[in-house]
Design a binder for this molecule. Structure first.
Ligand SMILES: Cc1ncc(C[n+]2csc(CCOP(=O)(O)OP(=O)(O)O)c2C)c(N)n1
Ligand SMILES: [Mg+2]
Length: 346
């Protein structure tokens, strides 16, 4: 089912991506930053600092890191609700992301969005959306606007395997193809939508084949391999940017934690999780860089200390920040009827 990543030494891979040593090491560092941030978020949730939904990206770091590093900084990102990793990979401030998870006014959306609705227009990071597949037409809309304006900007749309049987998935792919929109769809196939295995709900489990029905160029990549993902996205983004219409990438990956913090995980076996943990994108990359002599054990320790500090400082910043004031409650609410006592059905 899954295409195995091409075997080869790091040097071959590395050459293929056109990345410098420093950039390759940067990919490892970013994945470590995402992992540590997510672990800290889990800790803060357990301590009652974060409420509501919290979907961790642990295990899938190779996808966001590999893909987003292959885009231009102003390419739009439209992501699903498991988006902390995408936000960090795009360079949103970890402190402001954590503050958003805490619901604080210093958060990226002023504490109003929470975990599933991170947003930062200054970074072309257009969300964080909770409605499965509902964000796909939005990505197409952003791409259509750029097409009209004649820019080279593209939209990268991240989604889960759970999105592929939703109506919007098919509407978005169809229209993107008909209008040759500059949008790159990246499906993170982690084999589960909540507790439902993909083969129980999908007639075609190889998700990338779906795109062929709409005449869209599509590929599958090992999403546990950050360099392979980078290489695939760089190539497909270039194709999309050149006006060839949309492209589609299925990144095979796995989430090591439950769907959300409230998931008892009765639907999968421990052995299955262990098998995938052996493919941990961070550990794989560490091993390769160490074997290739690009980094030393000391470098790894230094990077770990840095990401520990980043996560700790983010949590401290979130903790010390204020909740939004009562007076600000109606800010950004546009409908007249929504004003407390003036509301017709209040
Ligand atoms: C339209 C819609 N239907 C149902 C839900 C409830 N729901 C939340 S997450 C989820 C599973 C999505 O799985 P997937 O897209 O594979 O993402 P993953 O959690 O694996 O990252 C569902 C069905 C929703 N948010 N939106
Ligand atoms: Mg999934």
């Amino acid at each position: 089912m899954m295409r195995q990543g091409k075997s080869g030494t790091l040097t071959q891979r590395h050459d293929g991506t056109g990345l410098s040593d420093e950039q390759v090491i940067g990919l490892l560092h970013k994945m470590m930053e995402i992992r540590r941030f997510e672990e800290k978020a889990a800790e803060m949730y357990a301590r009652g600092k974060i409420h509501g939904f919290l979907h961790l990206y642990i295990g899938q770091e190779g996808v966001a890191t590999g893909a987003i590093s292959a885009l231009r900084p102003d390419d739009y990102i439209v992501s699903h609700y498991r988006e902390h990793g995408h936000a960090l990979a795009r360079g949103l401030d970890p402190k402001r992301i954590m503050a958003e998870l805490f619901g604080k006014e210093t958060g990226v959306t002023g504490g109003r969005g929470g975990s599933m609705h991170l947003f930062d227009v200054s970074k072309s990071f257009m969300g964080g959306y909770a409605i499965v597949a509902g964000h796909m037409p939005l990505a197409c809309g952003l791409a259509l606007a750029e097409q009209y304006k004649g820019t080279e900007r593209i939209a990268a749309n991240f989604l889960g395997d759970g999105a592929v049987n939703e109506g919007e998935f098919h509407e978005a792919l169809n229209l993107a193809s008909v209008w040759k929109l500059p949008v790159l769809f990246v499906v993170e196939n982690n084999f589960y939508g909540m507790g439902t295995a993909v083969q129980r709900v999908s007639a075609t489990v190889e998700v990338y084949k779906r795109a062929a029905a709409y005449g869209i160029h599509s590929e599958q990549v090992d999403g546990m391999d950050v360099l392979a993902t980078h290489e695939a996205v760089a190539r497909l983004a270039q194709r999309v940017r050149s006006g060839d219409g949309p492209a589609f990438l299925e990144a095979i990956c796995y989430r090591f934690r439950g769907h959300s913090m409230a998931d008892p995980e009765f639907y999968r076996k421990k052995e299955e999780i262990e098998r995938w943990r052996a493919l941990d994108p961070i550990e794989q990359m560490k091993r390769r860089l160490l074997a290739d002599g690009l980094i030393s054990g000391d470098d790894v320790a230094r990077m770990q200390a840095e990401v520990d500090r980043t996560a700790t400082e983010a949590a401290e910043f979130a903790e010390q920040s204020a909740f939004p004031s009562r007076e600000s409650l109606m800010r950004d609410v546009y409908a007249d009827g929504a004003r407390g006592e003036e509301a017709p059905h209040a």
